[in-house]
Design a protein around this ligand. Structure first.
Ligand SMILES: Nc1ncnc2c1ncn2[C@@H]1O[C@H](COP(=O)(O)OP(=O)(O)OP(=O)(O)O)[C@@H](O)[C@H]1O
Length: 483
């Protein structure tokens, strides 16, 4: 059953679409504004969004990139009363399924919805096939950011183009390079890893290009360089930003021709390698400062994968923790250890400047802190992580106190202010009761959605209601606020 979100500020259009589409067994939700749509987007697992353009808080076309990059990346059908060629182009550029002018006939919209959903189903089937072929190896994580990077890596693997992988330290650049190589048709030849930061400046050239005997003092034998060793396979230049400018110029020529000469040599040597480069430096800035050649940057960046910092995909901390506890326990010869919920909470609230590498070393320290323990407690974690947790708790508490002082409200978030219209002139008890019930339900729902940060399953759990009941309440009130 497909999940469909209708985004229109006109209640008549929303109701009409809901009424018309109900017999087709879609799970329908509605939003009035862009911000409501964006609040529902990460939690609704939508297959399709019917999106109006002119909404009270902005233009629907502006959120198309965000919709496309969301975890469920739903199809979008735009419908608008005021069509324009520019709007239609923006919609198509952002891969919207169709651009329909109001008023539309029921048959027209139904046909479009059916086609968009059929297209989505076949796209999903293809994706599943691709995932079964692509070996993601040890790459853990299901966040939308990691999924986007994995999809890009899979596309790169099928081609022979140059790939640049960027991202802060410890985010998996080398792991991704390995995975691309393992999934490419060069996998049977080698992956030659060159750490450009570790190459002594006077030897960079001969290490990369090789040298003939006697080319320089100490060159007592001819040597093949790493570029030659990568023939038929993949050359991985890690920390490419550290390559000296003079070598960058020479390397650019190799990239263009896949041919070069050894240091001191005259013979032209060929090497058919695929290049993957990585860096945690900003090469565009370096190019502006003339410390990295712009022409080389263009060449190496045919495909660009930008890995996220761990704090940008916190939902991956749990699967990474489970994966590495198991792996590390096995490595140290322990039974896999469990952990207390506040152990994970502490990991999830830390900012991880060293990213996944720092998470792994922290887990290892926690595992070794008490070798006999079968359960990991927060106090096994390194001190700086515990301190960070205490500091943020104190900060949050004082901020909450400030808010309460400012609004003068007590802890109860459901204090309902009854409006004058109920008493002036005084309304019947039945009407006051009805008003109170509806508004309390609305406040309660809003509060629980905030508490659960928009997670619908958690909201159902806290409120003790089923998902379908929650959907119907959300539909009734349509008062979602950002979590
Ligand atoms: N998504 C991931 N899933 C599982 N393990 C990961 C993931 N990303 C990184 N790691 C692990 O984290 C560690 C650091 O990864 P890696 O060396 O690839 O990072 P890097 O970005 O190349 O770091 P640096 O810039 O410091 O060289 C490795 O042990 C790697 O296996």
């Amino acid at each position: 059953m497909a999940n469909v979100l209708i985004v229109d500020d006109d209640p008549y259009v929303r109701e009409l679409l809901i009424e018309f589409l109900t017999p087709y067994h879609y799970t329908l939700m509605a939003a009035e504004t862009l911000s409501e749509c964006l609040t529902l987007l990460p939690v609704g697992k939508f297959d399709l969004i019917l999106l109006d353009i002119n909404l009270p808080d902005g233009n629907g076309l502006e959120i198309l990139p965000e919709i496309r990059q969301s975890a469920s990346a739903p199809e979008v059908i735009i419908f608008t009363a005021e069509g324009s060629a520019a709007g239609a182009k923006t919609a198509m550029d952002n891969e919207a399924w169709d651009y329909i002018l109001k008023p539309f006939s029921e048959q027209e919209i139904l046909l479009n919805i059916k086609r968009a959903l059929e297209f989505r189903a076949s796209k999903k089937a293809l994706q599943a096939r691709f995932e079964s072929i692509f070996d993601r190896s040890d790459i853990v994580g299901t966040s939308s950011k990691i999924t986007t990077c994995l999809n890009l890596a899979a596309q790169c693997a099928k081609t022979d183009t140059n790939v640049l992988i960027t991202g802060p330290t410890g985010t998996g650049k080398e792991l991704f390079a390995n995975t691309i190589h393992k999934n490419s048709n060069r996998k049977n030849a080698g992956l030659i890893v060159v750490d450009c930061a570790a190459l002594p400046e006077q030897l960079v050239e001969s290490v990369l290009f090789g040298n003939v005997k006697g080319a320089f003092t100490g060159a007592d034998a001819a040597r093949d360089g790493l570029i030659k060793k990568a023939d038929g396979g993949t050359l991985f230049l890690d920390e490419i930003g550290e390559l000296p400018l003079a070598i960058q110029k020479k390397f650019l020529r190799v990239l263009q021709e896949r041919k070069f000469k050894q240091v001191g040599g005259t013979k032209v040597i060929a090497s058919n390698f695929r290049l993957i480069s990585a860096t945690n430096r900003n090469l565009d800035d370096m190019a502006k400062q003339n410390t990295f050649r712009r022409d080389l940057l263009y060449r190496i960046k045919t495909f660009h994968i930008e890995l996220p910092a761990l704090q940008e995909c916190r939902e991956d901390i749990k699967p990474l923790t489970l994966h590495y506890i198991h792996k590390l326990c096995e490595h140290h010869g322990f039974e896999t250890k469990g952990f207390k919920p506040d152990f994970l909470k502490m990991l999830e609230s830390y900012n991880w400047p060293g990213n996944i590498r720092e998470l792994i070393t922290s887990l290892e320290k926690a595992i070794l802190a008490n070798a006999d323990a079968s359960i990991l407690y927060p106090n096994y974690l390194p001190q700086h992580i515990r301190l960070h947790h205490i500091e943020t708790s104190i900060q949050n508490k004082s901020e909450n106190n400030k808010i309460h002082k400012k609004t003068g409200s007590e802890i109860n978030p459901l204090s309902l202010q009854l409006p004058d219209k109920l008493f002036n002139p005084v309304q019947s008890l039945k009407q006051v009761k009805k008003y109170t019930a509806v508004e309390t339900e609305k406040l309660y729902l809003d509060h629980v959605m905030r508490l659960s940060k928009g997670d619908l399953e958690k909201t159902c759990e806290l409120a003790g209601i089923s998902k379908s009941r929650l959907y119907s309440l959300l539909k009734t009130h349509q008062t979602l606020s950002k979590p």
